[in-house]
Design a protein around this ligand. Structure first.
Ligand code: MTE
Ligand code: MO
Length: 473
């Protein structure tokens, strides 16, 4: 903005409190946000950028770069910084991403720094176990580079007790178990909500989900090894912190209610292998938590610390994110403290074939389809229904592959169900919208349309999955 005064970063750094006024920069703009901080939907987090650049945070807390946010910001503009200084702020942020691992070229990035990507939908249901290189990646921060023999896991039990530190080889001496479990991002299928109204967050298709064999130590076995009886723990929350940090040193963290995490049947594990290989850097090397049946945000990667508490984790991602709201709640004014953190996820299903907008061959009057279905809390899928005529007729899909332990229970089924179907199509029909819905062992099913579950953060998107296809013979 010409006409506004120019400032140096040194001058801006002086303005880091309400008394001295709170200034920050975005690109070349200087903003006095003193009067906005109390209304910031992300609460105090805005103060992380006080007296400095907001750019690095905007990339991490990926909810900002939208026209309406820029419009709010514009009201507070008071000046400019030089082009060189703006560039060096941005370079500083990119430096944090100079040591990222290599990724498989077929992972389609929704964002590059931090790295977030899902595999092509058409391969997702080709294998019951998602290959490591094709498993979606969801990072909020730069990937830590941890040396195996330098790795330390800290444990602090009931509040006030002494912190114990363990190495990877200490962990590997404990009983080894494997659990096959789905990880699904809360934002999986967010892309469908965007068709109703814009949302904040990465645009995921239906591939922010995968099913893997996780090997490591059961949390309950770990606790026993450090002298804690899981049945006697008084704390109500188990907190996990990662080694990944934002520019101010705040770590990624999450928590799980103790009654869930400490029940041996929940099979929460500290995993060091994924599909019989050491974890890759993107998936949490050398140790991550796996909380089966729960939103993947709680399966903390690069695990640094386990602690007991009577409070949920104070991490941004536990308190200010990963919560559901009414469709009428706008981002501005949303009270995160009153909304429940997502833990167990609702039932979902999706087509991996055919692809939306594709052409499919009709064989013997039928078209084929396949995909996945899954529900949170270990609830097995009991049926998958498909319609090609707007819901007038429903066909029951074949459930082709799931864990044997998913049979005949109400719970403890952590893996997904892969299904396929041959759907009859009337002669002379050349285009159809296919719909799929799954039903879990609690007879929960999916909502039929996205409109009534829209939420500004774009989480929990589990309406009937729909694909429109053209048919030929
Ligand atoms: N743990 C740490 N330390 N840092 C993270 O950014 N992302 C979480 C979770 N654990 C995250 C983390 C989220 S939101 C998801 S969806 C899963 O990891 C993704 O796991 P994946 O990348 O192995 O698929
Ligand atoms: Mo996620």
């Amino acid at each position: 903005s010409p006409g506004l005064p120019s400032y140096t970063m040194d001058q801006i750094r002086e303005h880091d409190s309400s008394e001295k006024r709170i200034w920050m920069t975005y690109r070349q703009g200087v903003y006095d946000v003193t009067d906005f901080v109390n209304r910031h939907p992300g609460g105090d987090n805005i103060m992380l950028a006080a007296g400095g650049a907001t750019d690095p945070f905007w990339n991490l807390y990926a909810i900002h770069k939208e026209p309406h946010v820029l419009k709010i910001l514009a009201k507070y503009r008071i000046g400019n910084i030089s082009e060189e200084e703006a560039k060096s702020q941005v370079e500083g942020m990119e430096d944090a991403y100079s040591n990222e691992p290599k990724r498989h070229p077929s992972l389609k990035p929704a964002s590059k720094t931090p790295f977030n990507a899902e595999p092509p939908m058409e391969i997702l249901a080709d294998s019951f176990i998602t290959p490591n290189d094709l498993f979606y990646v969801r990072n909020h921060l730069p990937v830590p580079d941890i040396k195996e023999d330098e790795y330390e896991l800290e444990f602090e039990g009931e509040p006030g007790s002494k912190t114990i530190t363990l190495s990877l080889s200490d962990l590997k001496k404990l009983p080894k178990t494997t659990v096959t479990a789905v990880l699904q991002c809360a934002g999986n299928r967010r892309g469908e909500l965007i068709e109703i109204k814009p949302v904040r967050g990465l645009v995921w298709n239906a591939g922010a989900i995968g099913n893997a064999r996780w090997t490591g130590v059961r949390l309950t076995d770990f606790l026993k090894s450090v002298g804690v009886d899981p049945a006697k723990v008084k704390a109500t929350q188990i907190q996990f912190d990662g080694y990944d940090t934002d520019p101010t040193g705040k770590t990624y963290g999450a928590s799980v209610p103790a009654d869930k995490a400490l029940d041996p049947k929940s099979e929460v594990i500290l995993a060091y292998e994924m599909n019989d290989e050491p974890l890759s850097r993107d998936h949490g090397f050398p140790v991550r938590v796996i909380v089966p049946g729960v939103v993947a945000a709680r399966s903390v990667k690069w695990l640094n610390r386990i602690s007991f508490s009577d409070e949920e984790s104070w991490s941004f991602w536990q308190r200010q994110d990963y919560k559901g709201f009414s469709p009428s709640q706008e981002a501005e004014g949303a009270d995160f403290s009153k909304a429940m953190s997502i833990q167990e996820m609702p039932v979902t299903s999706a087509f991996t074939y055919p692809k939306n907008g594709s052409k499919v061959r009709v064989k013997n009057g039928k078209i084929s389809a396949k995909g996945y279905a899954w529900s949170g809390g270990g609830r097995p899928i009991i049926r998958v229904d498909i319609s090609a005529d707007g819901g007038k007729t429903w066909y029951v899909a074949n459930m082709d592959k799931r864990e044997p332990k998913c049979e005949g229970t109400y719970s403890f089924c952590w893996s997904w169900t892969l299904w396929s179907a041959e759907i009859p199509t009337p002669k002379g029909v050349h285009e159809a919208e296919l719909m799929v819905k799954a039903i879990d062992a609690s007879y929960n099913s999916q909502p039929d349309t996205t409109a009534n579950i829209w939420n500004f953060r774009g989480v929990l998107s589990n309406a009937y999955h729909r694909v429109v296809v053209k048919m030929f013979t």
